[in-house]
Design a protein around this ligand. Structure first.
Ligand code: LLP
Length: 428
């Protein structure tokens, strides 16, 4: 592959092969990053995150709708530095637990710009949200209404007379995606059935101190077709007239060069705004969208070091990470690319396996690599969504650091876990 060239947009914006034929992310040489920070490591191009955030907010403005807000689904990359950057860019933040709320507040999101989700919110989480003064609580079930009614006296003084809430419904609109990340179907663990929505509205309205603002639905994740989003707006619009409409997240991304690209962000936002208008959701209404993956996935690459190479039936290339830093191939059969970071291209068909004691711990099944050898740095692009957040300590493996790169400067924003971290909670 030619050097000094830019790479496919599966890689972070601005990535290229430098004159030495090495991958550069955010102006930083991947081999030098591996040397300085060790591997595995999540390497994030800061400008990429900012550019994507701005593309969403700009698309909102261009859609002609004056009150559309982009709510980052923090579960995609709940790292304080990532959240801080999105807070600076003026986004809102979707949190799905007390832990994510804690991270969002630590990152500097004003509580008013946070939206609390969850199908099993605990009393402690609701109490925390009320005390912090979150902007919206998205109510999932009848038990939660009762629980909130009991807890309302704990609401932050000065946070306004009433807690604003949305009611989440399951609109039976499905997009083509993996079963485990499809949420819109009628029989889902999330939200009220459409048939129960009216009763949910009435019960919320009956609680003094709660203010029903509107409805929410999230139909699924990694969707590459806009039609389900239009269908969602049509379905929700039949539920009544509300000041706030939250259409969830779900816009997909491209993980490998050979996969289909998602529609552009402008088309996605225009489709939602267009369908909302068409179905009578007026221009004076507040619209929320909750992108996660489409804001962060392609901003990050993971660097690994090859530990061993062997030829059984296949050529097995074992690296120093795996299912502890990227569970997606194992959970969803997700596909990724792999490249030797200083020798892109190649024709040796390899299986890139992780270091974990499990046969399923395979990161890329069919990688074409340039004769990989122990010590080589391997890179997998598009790991900035649901990699870090689903990382774990299987086999006592410590979780990788997060490194921000910008204009040739590399900055450690979250350190690697240590062996001491692994025993830090032991009180026996
Ligand atoms: N809003 C709500 C209420 C959600 O449940 C989700 C994702 C999002 C927004 C953001 O969806 P996105 O724009 O990222 O598609 N671990 C899985 C993804 C699970 C998504 C769960 N909810 C994966 O790695 O594919």
């Amino acid at each position: 592959m030619a050097t000094g060239t830019s790479l496919s947009h599966v890689f972070p914006l601005g990535s290229r092969l430098n004159e030495r034929g090495r991958l550069e992310v955010g102006g930083c040489d991947a081999i030098e990053l591996a040397r300085e920070f060790g591997t595995p490591a999540y390497v994030v191009a800061e400008e990429d995150l900012r550019t994507r955030a701005r593309a969403f907010t700009q698309a909102g403005r261009d859609s002609g709708h004056s009150d559309l807000h982009v709510v980052f689904a923090s579960k995609a990359f709940p790292c304080v530095a990532v959240l801080r950057l999105f807070a600076q860019e003026g986004l809102w933040c979707d949190v799905a637990s007390g832990g994510e709320l804690h991270l969002a507040l630590a990152a500097g999101f004003p509580a008013q710009r946070t939206v609390l989700h969850g199908n099993a919110k605990s009393e402690a989480e609701l109490r925390m949200a009320l005390r912090a003064g979150v902007g919206l609580i998205v109510i999932d079930n009848f038990d939660e209404i009762d629980r909130l009614a009991r807890l309302l006296p704990g609401r932050a003084p000065g946070a306004g007379a009433e807690q604003e809430v949305l009611v989440r419904v399951t609109p039976d609109v499905q997009g083509a995606t993996h079963e485990k990340i499809s949420t819109g179907q009628a029989d889902s663990k999330f939200g009220f059935s459409m048939g129960d929505a009216a009763e949910a509205f009435a019960r919320v309205e009956g609680v003094e101190g709660l203010s029903l603002q509107g409805v929410h639905a999230h139909i699924g994740s990694q969707l590459l077709d806009l039609e389900p989003f239009r269908a969602l707006a049509a379905e929700l619009s039949g539920l009544g007239d509300f000041p706030v409409w939250d259409f969830g997240g779900g816009l997909g991304v491209q993980y490998t060069e050979h996969q289909a690209a998602p529609p552009p962000v402008e088309d996605y936002v225009a489709a939602i705004v267009g369908a909302a208008n068409e179905h009578g959701i007026g221009a004076d209404r507040r619209l929320l969208i909750e992108p996660g993956r489409s804001l962060s996935a392609n901003a990050c690459v993971t660097l690994y070091t090859v530990e061993s190479v062997k030829q059984n039936v296949s050529r097995w290339v074992a690296v120093d990470g795996g299912m502890s830093d990227n569970l997606r191939p194992m959970l969803y059969g997700a596909t990724y690319e792999a490249h030797v970071a200083d020798r892109f291209g190649g024709s040796t068909r390899c299986v890139v396996a992780g270091k974990h004691c499990e046969s399923g711990d395979v990161i890329v099944r069919d990688a074409l690599l340039d004769d990989p050898r122990p010590g080589d740095v391997l890179v997998t692009p598009a790991t900035g969504a649901y990699g870090f957040s689903m990382a774990n300590n299987y086999n006592g493996v410590t979780r990788p650091p997060v490194i921000f790169c910008s204009d040739g400067d590399a900055r450690l924003v979250l350190r690697r876990e240590t062996l001491e971290d692994l025993t830090a909670r032991d009180v026996s």
